[in-house]
Design a protein around this ligand. Structure first.
Ligand code: FES
Length: 96
């Protein structure tokens, strides 16, 4: 796997979500308890940006219909979601 640099640790909102664009793919980056996680940036239910969602307890709530994903696994946790969200491996090196 080729790693891609998408930003610096200091740019991520602590315990929140920050959006980046990876070659046209919206990616949501989460900084939770000091660790960084990444999911696809658009909800699997409809066109809603998870960067506008609400993050709490390792989960992100979609801003449109309140579907909830587990950030670490991408698992869809409640209706109306029927499809998990893609997650991406993250490596933090030298603050990036
Ligand atoms: Fe996310 Fe409907 S668009 S739950």
């Amino acid at each position: 796997m080729a790693w891609r640099k998408v930003g610096f640790l200091g740019e991520l909102r602590p315990d929140g979500v920050t959006g980046v664009d990876l070659d046209g793919t919206p990616v949501a980056l989460y900084r939770i308890d000091g660790a960084v996680y990444a999911t696809h940036g658009i909800c699997t239910h409809a066109l809603a940006f998870l960067t506008e969602g609400f993050v709490e307890d390792g989960k992100v709530e979609c801003p449109l219909h309140q579907g909830v994903f587990d950030i670490r696994s991408g698992k869809a946790l409640c209706a109306p979601l029927t499809q998990d969200i893609k997650t991406f491996a993250v490596k933090v090196e030298d603050g990036a």
